[in-house]
Design a protein. Structure first.
Length: 276
């Protein structure tokens, strides 16, 4: 009936494996892995079994006619139709009334909602029959409909949602996501606010960083400091009564006191006053 790549789907039923492909001989069940599995039909054309969908393929009637069954998920049929082709879902049976070329897409949800897109002006005319009642529906070429809960009497005649396999997601360029979201783990963990970008220089640009370092060239000389970053907040001095100096440490205490006084009061004339 056809072949499918062994790496694309789990296959059971009548089959044989040749190299990396599985030949579907009779009553085959195909469950696609996490991506679309393409079944190449021996009669020409293909069936696309969408990711995680459960699909069945059987001989139907004479010659090259096939039965396409979908338990759940989605599938697409791209092949010339045969007079005895049949499509089955848990609720609906599709048969060919007038031959054409399948560009057929179908999706069945867990609730039974059945989306059908019989695309193309050259598509076959299909007759739908309810598996549990006498209800029927005639599906014309180009019709795109939804049967709510698989009920042929509950029809959305101009359905807009796609019925077949979703488009493949584009592969992200390496580094693009990281550049847009430099620290997503921290944001998700509450360690950084959304929208805060790390202070990292773009490639090819130099990032300047200023570090303030103080040094003292003598015991009583004024400290030398690197220029502070623009708009840096001014240091605020707090008044507090200095602790009593231990006996014998007056000279060291006065030197330290003058050092910090000049640091926080550079305009003071206290330096010129003789020590008490």
């Amino acid at each position: 009936m056809g072949t499918v790549a062994a790496e694309d789907a789990l296959v059971s039923g009548g089959l044989e494996v040749q190299g990396g492909r599985t030949r579907l001989l009779t009553n085959a069940s195909v469950t696609a892995y996490t991506h679309t599995a393409e079944v190449a039909l021996d009669r020409g054309g293909s069936v696309m079994v969408c990711a995680t969908s459960q699909f069945h393929l059987l001989h139907s009637g004479r010659e090259k006619a096939l039965l396409f069954g979908l338990d759940r998920g989605a599938m697409e049929i791209h092949s010339a139709s045969q007079a005895q082709d049949t499509i089955l879902t848990p609720d609906i049976r599709f048969t060919v009334e007038a031959a054409g070329t399948f560009d057929f897409r179908m999706r069945v949800t867990r609730e039974g909602d059945t989306c059908v897109d019989n695309a193309g002006a050259g598509a076959p005319v299909l007759v739908l029959n309810d598996a549990f009642s006498s209800a029927s529906y005639r599906l014309l070429p180009g019709q795109h409909v939804l049967f709510e809960h698989g009920n042929l009497r509950e029809v959305v005649d101009k359905e807009k949602s796609p019925c077949g396999c979703p488009a493949a997601e584009p592969v992200a360029v390496a580094g693009t996501a990281a550049a847009a979201h430099p620290f997503p783990e921290a944001v998700s963990a509450g360690l950084a606010a959304p929208g805060v970008v790390n202070n990292v220089a773009p490639v090819g640009e130099t990032h300047a960083q200023i570090t303030s370092v103080m040094s003292n060239t003598s015991d009583v000389g004024a400290p030398v400091a690197a220029p502070a970053a623009p708009n840096a907040p001014a240091a605020t001095a707090t008044s507090a009564e200095p602790p009593k100096t231990p006996p014998g440490a007056h000279d060291i205490g006065r030197a330290i006191g003058r050092f910090f006084h000049r640091l926080f009061h550079p305009s003071s004339s206290d330096e010129s006053k003789p020590a008490q």
